[in-house]
Design a protein around this ligand. Structure first.
Ligand SMILES: [Zn+2]
Length: 388
């Protein structure tokens, strides 16, 4: 493996791989099935840099595929402006945390730019703090929704040309779940810095590698993610800024707030990081064996509750034979019109539609496990439940 670390330039070592990964793993509406044919499966190989406590994708998708994805496939993304009932914990937590920060710092009547915010839901919700709002977003559908909601938009990728044009314009720049996708990390950071005013603030949100390893969140490893930052790695990437605040939200997501100000503070490293890497790999093996035991002892139908991307890991990483699954159950009625790229032939049914025998083995793949258990209890389900 001859890859070099995107942060420090040292050689990276092999860490972990996921075989035959669909290049899209999120549920897709059936009517877009044609679109999906362009994407095939390929192995995902992740390398580690021991100097940066950082993981990176070794075999990146071609730029053409990446661009196609953000412009087209992202059109399936849910607009939270249009569907406020689908706002999840992660959005609520991020909103509350950022709002609190703006209040504490007495930031009012400021100019904000969100880089890659799809429909601009967050800056719309925080509207009262801003005198002007700009959204930079490659997806046209997202931009159109934002425009309808009185947010200035630029439809396109956040590149050097754009950054030069908006040089020094903003008191606050927000970028949520973008940095883990950008091919050129150094340029991205430089461009963010360019559009900020001196002493302006930058809010970066991305999956937290420390937590992913601790909690065994294998689903985060997908072709679309090129970087996995530990807290230390993210601080290192933004070492030209002053870190003013950091927070983990929703179990495994971190938000860091930086100020454009020169600092000489040394970044603290987590001495347990190496153990976390080892623990993560052992954990995968343990889970695989446990699942095998449960499946081997089972004589009933197998249902998976929750049409989530987690199913992809069940079949590609944890060795569940997809031919053994009877169907997928989801409480969201909408999901009937979707399919999962990792198991495209499996039917997704609602709980009501499915003719329960009550003794099925139910693998609970959704994040909200307690809710599913309640539903099963109510329905008098008496079979085994496997929390995954
Ligand atoms: Zn490195």
């Amino acid at each position: 493996m001859n890859s070099l670390c995107n942060i420090c330039g040292e050689k990276v070592k092999f860490f972990f791989s996921k075989k035959k990964q669909p290049e899209i793993i999120y549920p897709i509406q059936k009517k877009f099935k044609k679109n999906f044919k362009k994407f095939h499966k390929s192995n995902l190989v992740v390398g580690k840099c021991n100097k940066c406590d950082y993981l990176q994708t070794i075999n990146k998708l071609s730029n053409k595929k990446i661009i196609h994805m953000y412009k087209t496939e992202q059109s399936f993304s849910t607009s939270l402006i249009e569907n406020p009932n689908l706002i999840g914990d992660i959005e609520t937590d991020a909103y509350e945390y950022i709002k609190k920060f703006l209040i504490i710092k007495k930031l009012n009547n400021i100019s904000v730019c969100e880089v890659g915010g799809f429909d601009g839901w967050l800056i719309k919700k925080l509207n009262k703090f801003f005198k002007n709002k700009l959204l930079i977003e490659p997806n046209l559908r997202g931009c159109n929704i934002a425009k309808k909601n009185k947010i200035d938009t630029i439809t396109g990728f956040f590149d050097e040309k754009l950054a030069n044009k908006k040089n020094g314009n903003f008191d606050l720049v927000i970028t949520r779940h973008v940095i883990e996708h950008v091919p050129d990390l150094k340029n991205f950071v430089l461009n963010l810095s360019k559009i900020m005013k001196e002493n302006g603030y930058l809010i970066v949100e991305t999956p937290c590698l420390d937590k992913i390893l601790e909690l065994g969140k294998t689903r985060v490893f997908i072709h679309q993610h090129l970087h996995y930052f530990s807290k230390y790695a993210l601080e290192k990437v933004f070492s030209g800024f002053k870190l003013v605040n950091k927070q983990v939200i929703d179990e495994s997501v971190m938000i860091m707030i930086f100020k454009k100000e020169i600092t000489f503070k040394k970044i603290k490293r987590d001495i347990n990081f190496k153990n976390k890497l080892n623990y993560f790999k052992k954990n995968i093996e343990k889970k695989r064996q446990k699942l095998k035991r449960v499946i081997d002892h089972n004589k009933n139908d197998i249902l998976i509750f929750g049409a989530s991307s987690q199913i992809n890991d069940l079949v590609t990483l944890f060795g569940l034979n997809k031919n053994k699954i009877t169907c997928i159950i989801d409480s969201n009625n909408e999901k009937k019109n979707y399919f999962l790229p990792s198991v495209p032939n499996l039917k997704i049914k609602t709980f009501k539609e499915y003719n329960f025998k009550y003794n099925e083995l139910v693998i609970i793949a959704t994040a909200s496990k307690k809710r599913v258990i309640k539903i099963l209890d109510k329905s008098k389900h008496s079979g085994r439940r496997f929390l995954f």
